[in-house]
Design a protein around this ligand. Structure first.
Ligand code: SF4
Ligand code: FES
Length: 242
């Protein structure tokens, strides 16, 4: 694989050609705010625009989303200019207007000096909803877990994940990967008395034979046993007591 030199905020780094700018920056200790990108999920990113930076090449400057912009020879990236902060602030004000309850966005906005968004809060039916329609949840469900229990539904400002016909999905195994991947905490996952509730379904959980803690849904275990051939008895104990 070809290596290239890239300049980020005045410092020169070497990286494999086509590695995303965000990854190169983070590997070298340069923080770029981001929301919809997750390194574990292929093709994630590109929708929230929080990670916008200046890309200078061949005498031209473009604003690019660093999570999916590849490093090339002669590329210079600026993450901390007045213009970058102005654009990032505008992006965060819009996100905050859509999802005023999302703590992750509140924190990023506060870091840019936003306490009150310039744009009026969305007063629609879902005005307290935290989803930014990034699709990370549906990607993890399809690409990582392999069950496709949820999909993105509706359009425009109403776009959000859901189960088919808003009914409990028969394919859902209650693993909660969607909730863990969600950058804004928009997916409700609750556990009580050994039962996990997610996507309008209750999933009884297996208890660890040592500490008695309910730690994994029975249906998730059935899925893992079926798809990987792992012994069912492997799940008798939680990860802490194996
Ligand atoms: S629920 Fe979370 S992960 Fe799914 S689209 Fe909305 S913000 Fe993204
Ligand atoms: S993190 Fe890059 S567009 Fe969302």
């Amino acid at each position: 694989m070809e290596k290239v030199k890239v300049i980020i905020d005045g410092r020169e780094f070497e990286a494999l050609k086509d590695t995303p700018v965000l990854q190169v920056a983070h590997e070298n200790g340069v923080y770029i705010p981001h929301l919809c990108h997750n390194e574990e999920i292929s093709n994630s990113g590109g929708s929230c625009r929080v990670c916008l930076v200046e890309a200078h090449q061949g005498g031209r400057m473009r604003m690019v989303t660093s999570c999916n912009y590849p490093v090339r020879k002669g590329l210079e990236i600026k993450t901390d200019t007045e213009f970058v902060h102005k654009i990032r602030k505008g992006v965060l004000e819009l996100l905050l207007a859509r999802t005023p309850d999302a703590e992750a966005i509140q924190k990023l906005a506060a870091a840019e000096g936003i306490t009150e968004p310039r744009f009026k809060k969305d007063e629609g039916e879902d005005n307290r909803y935290k989803c930014i329609a990034c699709s990370l949840c549906t990607q993890v469900c399809e690409d990582v877990v392999g069950v496709s229990a949820i999909s993105m539904q509706n359009r425009g400002g109403d776009k959000k994940p859901g189960t088919p016909f808003k009914k409990p999905a028969t394919t859902c195994i209650g693993c909660g990967a969607c909730a863990y991947a969600c950058p804004t905490g928009a997916i409700s996952l609750k556990e009580k008395d050994g039962v996990r509730r997610i996507w309008q379904q209750d999933f009884p959980m297996i208890r660890c034979s040592v500490c008695d803690r309910p730690y994994i849904p029975e249906k998730q275990v059935e899925w893992i046993v079926k798809t990987t051939g792992k012994e069912r008895s492997f799940f008798d104990k939680c990860p802490d007591h194996r």
